[in-house]
Ligand binder design. Structure first.
Ligand SMILES: Nc1ncnc2c1ncn2[C@@H]1O[C@H](COP(=O)(O)OP(=O)(O)OP(=O)(O)O)[C@@H](O)[C@H]1O
Length: 308
């Protein structure tokens, strides 16, 4: 039984797309990254999973149950960290935590929440209205874990956390996942987070799933950036042929910049070895760059030169 199963899931808002025809499976116990640029459809998918909005068409199964109308018993099994948390402004952090524990019948003393609060350097004494974004986020993380959920859904959990706290947070997530077998589904637009934490990743763009694979599969098919210039005696013809392999290649100030796939690299280097090359740089694309080139909307594809 999967933790999450989506079948042909579509959500439109007054006829405009939210998400289109999503098919996705997240196995139990996985840490699954859901990545995409702004407006891609991440929050819409999460809101559908949480029964906060209804699908236009398609089916959603969560922890083996088909979502159909409102199901509070299913929601109790899910921990949710929204991208923006709204809490009672006049209560202190500790009061909110105790209140949430009493609602869920959880014993804070027996849970690891205090340990996690300390590791996240959370300040529970202040009133919520005077909280910083980071402290608010930390409280949101603690609240999402308080009832020992089977499925943890985190919507951009790291925004507002400094790098050291982020590291602690990832460590806590890993520990929690190993200890309890909790499935973690988290959305982000920061690819390095997915690299650090996840086995599987789904990439969404313009409301459609573009790729579902392991993180290492995406890394393995990484391409290479080549930047090359030749001595003037070369008329550039051969090079021009080479760099035309990449439709988004650039030529400027005597320097050719283009991308080749892994499988083409050896033959391209062999060809370059026969040319009067003055400068050559070959660099493997990072996952981040690959994401930017392949998965960002066409309009947002950055100038290749900025990446080299
Ligand atoms: N309540 C709404 N009413 C109308 N359109 C909406 C609503 N919520 C989302 N949308 C639209 O649905 C699309 C997907 O938005 P969504 O918020 O799911 O993206 P996202 O990937 O979470 O983006 P971000 O990273 O910016 O939070 C966008 O085009 C957005 O404008």
């Amino acid at each position: 039984m999967s933790a999450i199963l989506l079948r042909n899931l579509t959500k439109t808002y007054n006829g405009k797309r939210g998400v289109i025809d999503l098919n996705l499976k997240v196995e139990r116990g996985e840490i699954f990254g859901f990545i995409g640029p702004n407006g891609a459809g991440k929050s819409t998918t999460i809101r559908l999973l949480l029964q906060l909005i209804a699908p236009t068409s398609g089916e959603i199964f969560v922890l083996g149950h088909r979502i159909h109308g409102d199901d509070p018993s299913l929601r109790r099994k899910i921990g949710y960290l929204p991208s923006e948390i709204r809490l009672y402004p006049d209560m202190s952090g500790h009061q909110v935590l105790s209140f949430a524990a009493s609602v869920h019948g959880a014993d804070l003393k027996k849970s690891r929440i205090h340990d996690y609060a300390e590791r996240l350097q959370w300040n529970g004494k202040q009133k919520i209205k005077s909280y910083s974004l980071g402290n608010r986020k930390k409280l949101g993380i603690l609240l999402s874990l308080i009832h020992n959920p089977e499925l943890l859904i985190l919507d951009e959990p790291t925004s507002g956390l400094d790098p050291l706290v982020q590291q602690q947070f990832f460590q806590i997530l890993r520990e929690w996942n190993e200890l309890k077998g909790t499935t973690v589904f988290f959305s982000t637009h920061i690819l390095t987070e997915v690299e650090k934490l996840c086995d599987h990743v789904a990439i969404i763009r313009d409301g459609r799933l573009r790729q579902v694979s392991t993180v290492s599969e995406i890394s393995d098919i990484s391409d290479h950036f080549i930047e090359v210039s030749c001595f003037p005696k070369d008329d550039g013809l051969q090079l021009r042929e080479l760099y035309q392999m990449d439709p988004r290649a650039k030529y400027e100030d005597g320097v050719y910049r283009f991308r080749v796939q892994d499988k083409e690299l050896c033959s391209v280097l062999a060809m370059l070895s026969r040319m009067p090359v003055k400068n050559l740089s070959v660099r493997r694309m990072s996952l981040e760059e690959k994401f930017m080139c392949e998965y960002a909307s066409e309009a947002n594809v950055p100038d290749r030169r900025a990446l080299i």
